[in-house]
Design a protein around this ligand. Structure first.
Ligand code: GRF
Length: 199
């Protein structure tokens, strides 16, 4: 059975969608993979509690504990790598993981790290995507699953979903509409990728 590691920072609704998809009947056999670790950079991430309640292996590597280190980011990532590499994962899935990763870390997982981003990339990389889409007068918004490369929110696009932007939308309303699509396309994109890894 191949291992998948999911990285979160907060609510973890995408992680929940991935876990729920992966525990459906036949999924593990069909894809020969299971989510073996949920790793968070915040001990108070709500998604972490949920993952623990499901009996999943979880770990916390708090980026703030490395603030005094000579190379805080490298030290933080080295600790994450130790946790992740223990599972020798075929995929590392960023699911609302809110830390920018160094090129060294990204390279280490080249071709096996995916991310979900709440915009129709290449439009609106970075933060506040929904507010920016509304302010730009977009009629459509959406979400993108992509391979992670050293450039933030770039990398080959694997899946996208489109939703309308309604005249009365605020960022919150649009985010909710986009998020429900994220929960659909991320598990699908992961299944597609696993099918390609072992057809
Ligand atoms: C999602 O919109 C994701 O695309 C973005 O942050 C949000 C995280 O939501 N990167 P959740 O933690 O998966 O609920």
């Amino acid at each position: 059975m191949n291992n998948i590691v999911v990285l979160i920072s907060g609510g973890g609704s995408n992680m929940r969608a991935l876990v729920q998809a992966s525990t459906r009947e036949n999924w593990a056999q069909r894809h020969r993979a299971r989510i073996s670790l949920v790793l968070s950079n915040r001990a108070d991430a709500a998604g972490l509690t949920w993952a623990q309640q499901q009996g999943l292996d979880t770990a916390v590597v708090d980026h703030r504990s490395y603030a005094q280190h000579a190379n805080p980011r490298e030290a933080f990532e080295a600790e994450m790598r130790q946790h992740i590499d223990r599972h020798a994962p075929v995929l590392v899935l960023l699911a609302g993981f809110m830390r920018i990763l160094t090129p060294g870390f990204v390279d280490h997982y080249a071709g096996r790290m995916l991310n979900i981003h709440p915009s129709l990339l290449p439009a609106f990389p970075g933060l506040h995507t929904h507010q920016r889409a509304i302010e730009a007068g977009c009629r459509f918004a959406g979400a993108t699953v992509h391979e992670v490369t050293a450039e933030l929110d770039h990398g080959p696009i694997l899946a996208q979903a489109v939703v309308p932007v309604l005249p009365e939308d605020d960022a919150e309303a649009l985010a909710a509409r986009v998020l429900s699509q994220e929960h659909r396309i991320y598990p699908q994109a992961v299944a597609d990728r696993l099918r390609r890894l072992s057809p």
